[in-house]
Design a protein around this ligand. Structure first.
Ligand SMILES: [Zn+2]
Ligand SMILES: [Zn+2]
Length: 87
């Protein structure tokens, strides 16, 4: 079975902390849960925190998706390098 991991590090994460706003990483306003308590704008909230780097994120990722993404970004880096060498 695939495991869910943090999208930044492919590491374990916690989902038991208070959500923070994507704009200010502030807690939701008490009366309106989609309102940032810092700037009082409607916003999205990060529900999860990575245990490895303490980054917040909205949705965990399947570990194989993380692996795929890493492979793709490595492949892209190689292509960039190859292009740089050609210049
Ligand atoms: Zn992380
Ligand atoms: Zn805000």
């Amino acid at each position: 079975m695939a495991e869910l991991v943090s999208p930044c590090c492919g590491a374990e994460y916690s989902d038991d902390h208070i959500p923070v706003s994507t704009c200010c990483t502030a807690v939701p306003a008490v009366s309106e849960t989609d309102l940032c308590s810092n700037c009082l704008e409607h916003t999205d909230f990060y529900e999860y925190a990575c245990n490895n780097c303490d980054e917040f994120f909205e949705e965990p990722e399947e570990d194989y998706e993380y692996d795929e993404r890493m492979k793709e970004s490595i492949a892209e880096d190689r292509m960039d390098e190859a292009r740089d060498m050609g210049e």
